[in-house]
Design a protein around this ligand. Structure first.
Ligand code: COA
Ligand code: MG
Length: 291
């Protein structure tokens, strides 16, 4: 899978221990799933969750949804065995929690290099510690790196922030990770919205994340999927504008000019690149939804 061509509007966490949720996810219109062995799984279920998840992934049934497995850190009692067991299922991506620096990525890459089953497995990093945020650029440049997931709950805890609707206390961290992700062409998805019955609050946070440039949002409940899918997809108005910008620029170029005007605004080559990216994203979403 070309991770940059795949949409990541909705990225749903599923506790690896919950067989009903694992089953339900096969029917949900999510772009990606994070199968979790870390914080959503209780200590006494760690071992059973890992085998349930390996068997479930090997059996398949998740269609075109991108599949990411969040293992426990290698500094815990479970991380190494998580990778050993999950590797057999040829995971598309391994998500490493609490990444602090590039030194955390190298050892995982070496473990993946050492197994034929994980030859194509990419690495995603949870960005959720102050040290990790300060080292975002070197983490993004690490081997096999394909994505960042913002761990806003852990980050808020370590920073000592209060929870605010505008997320002002977290904006610097979010933007540092976006900058690093874009510098190295990684996917970058926003943190979860904890109040999973509050649709208005989720909508506001999705719109904010979309405005900032995130590819999508991590989610904790199926009821959050539709809002994220809509918020991170190009709107009809954006698609229409993109088409008109491309057409106007083509006309301008044919007339020997380098700049067009649409709706009273200039359109230069760089705007045409954005317009083409908007249409490509809309096409990728249509294709995914037709599978
Ligand atoms: N993924 C897939 N399916 C899910 C799901 C999820 N994250 N959360 C709930 N469901 C399913 C339930 O299994 C249930 O399916 P069923 O109708 O087949 O029984 C249905 O959706 C309705 O669930 P509901 O009763 O509303 O929720 P709940 O009370 O069972 O669970 C949570 C609520 C928050 C505990 C649960 O959504 C959850 O565990 N979310 C993930 C948390 C997580 O992964 N955290 C780590 C990252 S922050
Ligand atoms: Mg966390």
């Amino acid at each position: 899978m070309d991770h940059r061509a795949h949409p990541y509007r909705s990225v749903l966490y599923i506790p690896g221990s919950k067989d009903r949720a694992l089953e339900k996810a096969k029917t949900l219109p999510v772009d990606a799933i994070i199968f979790d062995l870390e914080d959503a799984v209780a200590m006494d279920e760690k071992a059973s969750a890992r085998t349930l998840l390996a068997d479930t992934l090997s059996a398949g049934g998740y269609g075109p949804r991108a599949q990411i497995v969040r293992i426990n850190g290698f500094d815990t009692a479970w991380g190494a065995e998580d990778l050993d067991v999950i590797a057999a299922a040829k995971p598309q991506a391994i998500l490493l929690p609490k990444v602090n620096s590039a030194a955390d990525i190298g050892p995982l890459a070496e473990r993946l290099d050492a197994r034929p089953e994980t030859a194509d497995t990419t690495i995603w990093a949870m960005m959720e510690t102050p040290l990790g945020i300060m080292n975002a650029l070197e983490i993004a440049a690490g081997p096999r790196m394909a994505g960042f997931v913002m761990g806003t709950n852990d980050l808020a805890k370590d920073l000592g922030t209060r929870s605010r609707a505008d997320r002002e206390p977290l904006l610097t961290s979010l933007q540092l990770c976006l900058l690093a992700a874009r510098a190295h062409e990684l996917v970058c998805v926003d943190g979860v919205y904890n109040a999973f019955k509050d649709d208005d609050g989720l909508q506001r946070e999705c719109d904010q994340g979309r405005d900032m440039g995130f590819d999508g949002k991590t989610l904790i409940h199926p009821a959050q999927v539709a809002i994220a899918n809509a918020a991170f997809a190009p709107s009809e108005a954006e698609i229409d504008l993109a088409r008109r910008q491309i057409a106007a620029f083509d006309d301008a170029t044919a007339a020997g000019q380098g700049v067009a005007v649409v709706d009273g605004r200039i359109v230069e080559n760089l705007h045409v690149e954005t317009a083409r990216a908007t249409l490509a994203k809309a096409a990728a979403i249509s294709k995914l939804e037709s599978l």
